[in-house]
Design a protein around this ligand. Structure first.
Ligand code: ADP
Ligand code: MG
Length: 369
């Protein structure tokens, strides 16, 4: 049995459905992230699990116990808030031991467990300081220690790392993983930052406008995104508009304005003849070649364009190429050098695309990274 079961979870605020019929499970010991743009309902899901918000509809159970209706302090769950919510007038040790004191744990045991937590988060010797005497990263550790000290079954995180600079954030990600493994606790982490979510999670729940878009491992979501939204949100993607012109058992043909291209069934997804589609391809699968290259043969999307910008990314470069057929495309290229203004040919294999039926009524776009 899973540790956490969420079924049909729904929250309405007046006319707004902030969380819409959400289902997911978390296994004991997993690190799961809810990833979605700002306003997609992530915090509301978390607050309902914690008990700070009651669902309009649906069920939440933890270890087989129904949580809906029970107050936060009766749930075997702690939360690390975005603003950390440390008590400024208490010392670090008092902050960490606060919950134990509320529970009536005797002072000597409190001291011992607080000490152990300070060690766990590598803040030995910091117990007598106040939060204002700590750096941002150290305050994060105190908040984490406070959430872990009474050994809850589940710890919830609402974007606690978003205020840290990139380097410290990456360090804290590694620390979160270490501490999760050492304490054998289950983590549910909420973020709009795909980099954080991909780095730390066993599995991801992708949310948009209150609805689940896809649930899976990082690999599932990256290799087999079920929608353009997920493809775009988990990593970068180029999307080219086309129409399905033919279909048989081996795949489909798509015309994206440069003639029919055959797409094998494995990449074609669930589309039918006549459908408007987005042909999506990752930048690292786009080739940039000299424009004297003959147009490639069957099974390739290809067009000419002009290099508009280039940025070095260490081992490879990102090129922005303005194409006549498809507008601006991004290509991630290794060991090749083209100048700004140079005419080039861009191409990618039809087998490398993901094809999605274009919902012509949809206006939802992921937040810019
Ligand atoms: P996220 O955490 O993904 O940014 P939230 O869960 O905070 O999203 O919010 C989802 C939607 O619900 C937003 O449109 C937000 O404005 C709305 N919302 C959240 N809390 C309340 C509330 N207490 N009252 C009214 N609307 C709310
Ligand atoms: Mg939020």
């Amino acid at each position: 049995m899973s540790l956490l079961n969420v079924r049909g979870l729904t929250k309405e605020f007046g006319d707004l459905t902030a969380v819409d019929d959400v289902d997911f499970d978390i296994e004991d010991g997993e690190f799961v992230s809810i990833l979605g743009p700002s306003g997609s309902g992530k915090s509301t899901v978390l607050r309902m699990v914690a008990g700070f918000e009651e669902p309009t509809d649906g069920a939440i159970s933890l270890d087989g116990v129904d949580l809906v209706g029970s107050p936060p302090f009766e749930r075997d769950v702690n939360m690390v808030f975005q603003n950390l919510a440390l008590f400024p007038h208490l010392t670090v040790a008092e902050n960490i031991g606060y919950g134990l004191k509320q529970q009536g744990v005797p002072a000597s045991e409190r001291r011992e467990r607080t000490e152990r937590m300070l060690e766990m988060v590598r803040l030995e010797g910091y117990g007598d300081r106040t939060p204002s005497e700590l750096s941002g990263g150290e305050q994060q550790r105190v908040a984490l220690a406070r959430a872990l000290v009474n050994e809850p079954a589940l710890v919830l995180f609402d974007e606690p790392l978003s205020s840290l600079d990139r380097k410290l954030r990456q360090h804290m990600q590694t620390e979160l993983q270490r501490i999760q493994a050492e304490t054998d606790t289950t983590f549910l982490y909420v973020t709009h930052d795909q980099e954080v979510a991909l780095a730390v999670s066993d599995r991801l729940v992708v949310l948009d406008e209150g609805r689940i878009q896809q649930v899976g491992t990082v690999e599932d979501l990256y290799e087999a995104p079920e929608s353009k939204f997920v493809a775009d949100f988990i990593g970068d993607v180029n999307a080219v508009e086309g129409r399905v012109t033919g279909a048989d058992g081996d795949g489909v043909t798509v015309d994206a304005g440069t003639g029919d291209v055959r797409i094998p069934a494995a990449a074609a997804g669930d589309v039918a003849v006549g459908d408007p589609v987005d042909v999506c391809v990752r930048p690292y699968l786009v080739r940039v070649e000299g424009d004297d290259r003959a147009d490639a043969a069957d099974g390739t999307f290809s067009t000419t364009g002009v290099v508009r910008n280039r940025s070095y990314q260490g081992s490879d470069s990102l090129y922005g190429v303005e194409t006549e057929a498809w507008g601006r495309l991004t290509a991630e290229v290794r060991s090749a050098s083209f100048d700004i203004g140079e005419s080039v040919r861009v191409a990618w294999d039809a087998a490398d695309v993901h094809l999605y039926r274009r919902d012509e009524s949809s206006t939802s776009e992921p937040e810019a990274a």
